[in-house]
Write a protein that binds this ligand. Sequence first.
Ligand code: MRU
Length: 367
Amino acid sequence: MKVNGMPMRTIWVSSDGQAVDIIDQTKLPFEFETVRLETVEEAAHAIFDMLVRGAPLIGATAAYGMALAMKSDPSDANLDHAYKVLFEARPTAVNLRWAIDEQKSILAPLSPEARFEAAWNRAREIADEDVAICSAIGDHGKDLIAAAFEKAGKSRPVNVLTHCNAGWLATVDWGTAIAPIYKAHEAGIPVHVWVDETRPRNQGASLTAWELGQHGIPHTVIVDNAGGHLMQHGKVDLCIVGTDRTTRTGDVCNKIGTYLKALAAHDNHVPFYVALPGPTIDWTLDDGFKIPIEERDETEVTWMNGMTSSGEVVGVRIAADGSKGGNPAFDVTPSRMVSKLITERGVCEASETGLRSLYPEQPEAWK
Ligand code: MRU
């Protein structure tokens, strides 16, 4: 996707080939800064402090983190250390575990001398695969937007509501929930996006709105509480969100507040779609309530960042001095509230039968 008209990914190998560069997403939308990651500790820190975030990008960064560890010390002990440091960075997005499991299974049988090159190559492949996966999600999801356009008599833009940021900033490129919107836009289907601000970290207002703006897609930022009202008044044709982990039975864990949007969509007969790449499915789990929910620091709730009219970026306290903040970062939407899942292999019911129809290679042993 593009920044100031220039095509970019969210993570790439540095020009000297010795490190990876990322966009520091904590600075957006006010400043566009890139950061160089040279060590596994820096990669884990970038994930924990959310310089990179979004399940697929967390996975790609973790894959590169394993490679950076093998560059400095390819021993068995450091392989275990790198796995542990990255595993502990954030608990909910299963792409992280998927990527480091993948790297460890490739690297462990190799001699230490062969590990860095193998890890680096696999990290590059994981990043490239994510781009292809997200592009395919976009193609399948675009058909749902096209159908909504037909249903509206092709008389007005399709109104899509999204929560958090599941756009290209959350992946290596294209995004998951936003990929269908980009593809629809490219195909000439008019789309308008209702962007939930997504408290407490405002990924919607800061990131989704910014990237939609970079691509000229009409959008409106709304407070998280507005979606239900808009649905009651027929102003939302469909919702599309991403996910950090989806069980094999189709329960969806995503940014806190997703569940409330699904409830409102259910009550108002608005289709509620979840876009996900294969590595976001946790085939070991049959119940969304078994997914670990990250609890983040209370200051993310009691403080906010913003830009003053004089252009200074500042943090301000918004809660009474002494009030505690509670900060569960994700919630679970039960499969019965999900209209369809949009994957790189097509669209399916949010159920074990639906997912297995698209991923028949998954072992029955998970049952
Ligand atoms: O806490 P974040 O910003 O990492 O949460 C991101 C989300 O909840 C996304 O919706 C999810 O990772 C899907 S990204 C394609």
